[in-house]
Design a protein around this ligand. Sequence first.
Ligand SMILES: *[C@@H]1O[C@H](CO)[C@@H](O)[C@H](O)[C@H]1NC(C)=O
Length: 96
Amino acid sequence: MEPNMSPVKLLLSCLFFGEALALSGSFWHITDLHWDPTYKLTDNQELVCASSGKRPALSAGKFGDYVCDAPWHLINSSVYAMRRILPDPDFIVWTG
Ligand SMILES: *[C@@H]1O[C@H](CO)[C@@H](O)[C@H](O)[C@H]1NC(C)=O
């Protein structure tokens, strides 16, 4: 906003800004998927995923483990959930 703006101009600016805010849409923002294709459930906790760097995956399950990047099952499940929740977004931002 301009410094020393007249009250009328300020009001009009606020109305315009309010109008702009009233426009709505929806989108998905996908980021940092970090797929680890080596992820597998195995009894050796150090061999669950390459991304753990041999740190033991203590709670490995089909949706992953804290020390591992994402297994396919998690990514696929997320994409299907996105489709169920909001199947037709205005756009998708994919970063990271
Ligand atoms: C992804 O998940 C859906 C829903 O559970 C399943 O039907 C589909 O087979 C899966 N696809 C792959 C490639 O894993």
